[in-house]
Design a protein around this ligand. Structure first.
Ligand code: DX5
Ligand code: ZN
Length: 250
């Protein structure tokens, strides 16, 4: 094989290509599963237990068939935690609400590719407000839609359930997509976070991490157990560490 042939030959992907040997997994507890009567307390527990950011799900009953919370909750949380507040907008017109959430204290936004005819503009508006921008894609949306926007964002969110509700089962067919997005990120923007959201528990977390995720959103697995938040977070971390000791193919 000549040198030029060699350069063009397909290469087997290594763990380095997948960013696996340098990845630190971050936890983003989702307050959707918290006890709202004790929200401040539960977020403080998550912060003490080493959460990296707090994930806030905003739903409008139109983009997804459920209602959740708005900017006042973000403002209240801003007063009780120093953790970054990432705001997952599952709403039809995210552009109209960005400033309100920024004023309330949001540090970053996750906006959906689906239903947004001007995604680049939305991303630029978020950046103009000085906040972190991430793009979320639903289970049936292909990884390829991220190609042209990846260089402009700090985060990709792969929905591992259909958005709208907590406490659903992880959809395993999203795993090959997580791998594809990880490869894309390593090629185009290696600092970009790859976050997964939905049905993340000690069983699915190691699968998602092995596929390339470095941020895990978890609601039920952290706040939904009749247990301490710290113990639940430890169980998630332990599941990942166990996997790392005994790598398996997914
Ligand atoms: C679902 C939300 C998730 C939800 C995940 O639409 O985006 O963030 O809170 O909840 P669990 O971890 O219970 O699946
Ligand atoms: Zn979410």
């Amino acid at each position: 094989m000549t040198a030029s042939n060699l350069a063009n030959a397909p290469r087997i992907m290594t763990e380095t290509d997948l960013g696996m040997n340098k990845r630190i997994v971050k936890l983003a507890p989702s307050i959707l599963a918290a006890d709202f009567a004790r929200l401040g307390e539960q977020v403080a527990e998550a912060e003490q237990a080493g959460a990296d950011r707090i994930h806030i799900d905003v739903m409008d009953g139109h983009f997804v068939p459920n209602l959740s919370i708005g900017a006042p909750i973000v403002a209240s949380l801003r007063r009780v935690t120093r953790l970054p507040l990432e705001t997952h907008l599952m709403i039809s017109d995210p552009d109209f609400f960005l400033e309100e959430f920024v004023d309330a204290g949001s540090d970053s936004f996750l906006v959906h590719w689906e239903g947004n005819a001007n995604l680049h503009r939305t991303v630029q508006s978020i950046k103009a407000l000085g906040k972190g921008a991430g793009v979320a894609i639903n289970p049936a949306t292909p990884a390829a839609v991220l190609e042209e926007i990846l260089q402009d964002i700090e985060q990709v969110l792969i929905m591992t359930v259909n958005p709208g509700f907590g406490h659903q089962h992880f959809i395993p067919t999203t795993l090959p997509k997580i791998r594809r997005v990880r490869l894309m990120i390593e090629k185009v923007k290696s600092g970009c976070d790859l976050e997964v959201d939905g049905g993340i528990d000690p069983e699915s977390a190691p699968l998602a991490v092995a596929a390339g995720a470095n941020v895990l959103v978890a609601g039920t697995a952290i706040f939904g157990e009749n247990d301490e938040v710290a113990a639940a977070m430890d169980r998630l971390r332990a599941s990942i560490n166990q996997w790392e000791k005994q790598p398996q193919s997914v």
